[in-house]
Design a protein around this ligand. Sequence first.
Ligand code: G3H
Length: 310
Amino acid sequence: MRPTPDLGVRTSRPRLGNLSLSLGKRVRLHRLLYASGPRNGNLLVLPLDQGLEHGPADFFPNPAALNTDYPFRLAAEGNYSAMALGIGLAEKYMDQYAGTIPLILKLNGKTNIADDAEAVSPMFANVEDAVRLGADAVGYTLYIGSPRQDHEILQFQRVRQDCARFGMPIVMWAYPRGRAIDAKGGKGTLYAQDYAARVAEELGADIVKLHEPESDNERCPEPYRSLREDTAERLRRVVRSAGKTMVLFSGGEKNDDDDAVIHKVKLYMESGATGVMFGRNMWLRPYDRALALTQRVQTLMASRVGPDGE
Ligand SMILES: O=C[C@H](O)COP(=O)(O)O
């Protein structure tokens, strides 16, 4: 007899063994979750797509990181689960680290030069590129709520079908964007992030990358406007909405306080997230500090902090 589903509010991480996956997806996800990084089912991902998405200004606080060897060395020495990269950086720099740093190949992206009122993220690589480069997953940004979401969702459908053919896991950067989202309180609200989590689950992502939901819900639609939840409750809510889709929380702008970064990771892991994708909070630190902070995150993740005490 099949076990009765848990309908309570307890949040737990989706387990690889409990998911319906093709063999290729299972093998690749196993490599990410158990053969690299913390190796216990948690994920620590180092993204390097900020140069495309935000421009070189993102590197100004630590010009050393503009030399791409810096984040690659950090990913290798810090034993990250994977780097998330666009096609150019993957092709130009991965060679040297082949077999040591798993790759999540980002398939689409855009600059932030145009405004986000009608945000759309065109593709610059495909799933075949990911296979050719030995990637263990692809990354796809979906701008939820944008006036162009019809295009975005259709494009995602094609990627999902290619991923099914090639046995390639999909990580969705689920980003609420556009004028309708702005009118409903903005991209960072609980309403927007919770919706994004559910969209990723329903459209077929294996992993979703979300932002920590903000506390200000004043301009959100009901019932979100009336919710009074603390950070931990908000995090648990969005993780629950993601269902069987594993959740990664992103780092956002650099926080100079190492303890504050660790505190966030702890909160995220306790909420039932599978891990974090932290870029600027890592590679904008001087190298030794970035490595030391990485090691603290690794130690925390190794302690298997989680909602059900794993
Ligand atoms: O794709 C990259 C992510 O947006 C996370 O980067 P971040 O930690 O620098 O915000």
